[in-house]
Design a protein around this ligand. Structure first.
Ligand code: GLU
Length: 432
């Protein structure tokens, strides 16, 4: 085996700096927490602190009024030791490079945690899609795809939906990449419409995974899901579906917050009616079957389970002390800051970390990619059964590591995942 490098002591470039605030700094703190548990593999930990490849692109489009607008786009491939890059693309007015770097790194951890054969990647465009017409959105998507086309591909890096992107976005991305290649390449993105090689069950997969992990954890701590009071932040593809599944299992959804406002109902919200309201109006605000509440009061709502399923850094040192839940299930990526993590830990709140709790989406993305390669499509029952099995097994392994090492589930998931990534790193060695 080749000689392993000693960790670099060189100063990092500023955009990689650990002391920078925000998601990338949070991710680096999480890596530091796991390093003592990596044994001889800790020699390679520097690998995890530097994304393999960062691409920043200009995305110019014609607006409907004839003027030209420029947006900034990113694709970051954090690690490809275990396979091609994999991770979503988000469209949001606040997207930054630091955020996309952190999200790409969390994909590396997540993919390794559930043992799907991918590295980690993520993309984003700094744009408010709500301010664009459908045609403008299509042009942003196509130009962005064309620009990152030099580094994506079915065997290189496979995008998927994330915040504010969906099946239609993936159809445009698949088409743009295919047009440039001169051949239809369904495997270049996942989360596509089923008619274009998408997978049954993909739309609900992240929410189903959140629910599955939540139920597994509840059993272990002796919490009844039936009758449990749940507060959910974000009511899109993750929070909305998880809420539906929990409500079907007899839980009460007592509060929901999204970008439009916060609503509550102690007796439990009518989730199917709320989903329909959100489909029609774009937000939970104004839902007739609920009371309105102040946004900040959401964090002190009396509940058993809290599901942050929106954006990063929502649970912070400022509100973690007020959370009443016994269990937090991270549907979003990076919703809890390391400082808040410590506060929740001290207060005995069990945190089911993003890197395992929301891995259901990419797990079914993996199924979609496999189905596209073999051009053989599975039934929805088969997909859901395989998803649940992978999630349960991965969670059981993480739970055991947490107990053995007396660490949080986040650190335990990082232990499992980082070992897999760094073992691959070591076996492959350095090229040239
Ligand atoms: N955007 C999702 C995530 O954060 C799914 C990624 C994928 O399916 O590649 O996990």
């Amino acid at each position: 085996m080749s000689q392993a490098p000693t960790p670099s002591t060189h100063a990092l470039p500023s955009y990689l700096n650990a002391d920078q605030l925000g998601p990338w700094g949070n991710y680096l703190k999480q890596v530091d927490r796991v390093t003592p548990y990596l044994g001889h593999l800790s020699r390679w930990v520097e690998t995890l602190k530097r994304p393999k490849r960062i691409l920043i692109v200009d995305v110019p489009i014609h607006l409907d009024d004839g003027t030209v607008a420029h947006f900034e786009g990113y694709r970051v491939q954090h690690n490809t030791s275990r396979g091609p890059g994999k991770g979503g693309v988000r469209f949001h007015q606040d997207v930054t490079l630091s955020e996309v770097m952190a999200l790409s790194a969390w994909m590396s951890i997540k993919n390794a945690a559930v043992n799907v054969p991918y590295g980690g990647a993520k993309g984003g465009v700094r744009v408010d899609p709500k301010k664009l017409s459908l045609g403008e959105l299509e042009r942003v998507t196509r130009r962005y795809t064309s620009e990152i086309g030099i580094i994506i591909g079915p065997n290189k890096d496979i995008p998927a939906p994330d915040v504010n992107t969906n099946e239609q976005t993936m159809a445009w991305m698949m088409d743009t990449y295919s047009m440039n290649e001169g051949a239809t390449a369904t495997g270049v993105v996942t989360g596509k419409p089923v008619i274009l090689g998408g997978s049954l069950g993909r739309r609900d997969a992240t929410g189903r995974g959140v629910f599955t992990i939540g139920v597994e954890a509840a059993q272990r701590i002796g919490m009844e899901v039936r009758g449990a009071r749940i507060a959910v932040q974000g009511f899109g593809n993750v929070g909305g579906i998880a809420a539906r599944l929990f409500a079907e299992a007899g839980a009460r959804i007592v509060a929901v917050q999204d970008h439009g406002g916060t609503i509550c109902r102690e007796a439990g919200l009518d989730v199917p009616a709320l989903l329909e309201h959100v489909r029609l109006t774009g937000s939970v605000a104004g839902f007739a079957g609920a009371d309105k509440m102040a946004d900040d009061a959401f964090w002190s709502v009396s509940c058993d389970i809290l599901i942050p399923a929106a954006l990063e850094s929502q649970i912070t040192a400022a509100n973690a002390g007020r959370i009443t839940a016994r269990m937090v299930i991270e549907g979003a990526n990076g919703p809890t800051t390391p400082e808040a993590d410590d506060i929740l830990h001290e207060r005995n709140v069990l945190v089911l970390p993003d890197v395992i709790a929301n891995a259901g989406g990419v797990t079914v993305s993996y199924f979609e990619w496999v189905q596209d390669f073999s051009s053989f499509f599975w039934s929805e029952d088969d997909i859901n059964a395989r998803l649940v099995r992978i999630m349960k097994e991965a969670f059981a392994a993480v739970w055991q590591v947490a107990e053995e090492n007396k660490v949080s589930l986040r650190t335990a998931t990082f232990i499992v995942a980082c070992k897999r990534i760094l073992q691959a790193r070591e076996l492959r060695g350095l090229y040239p």
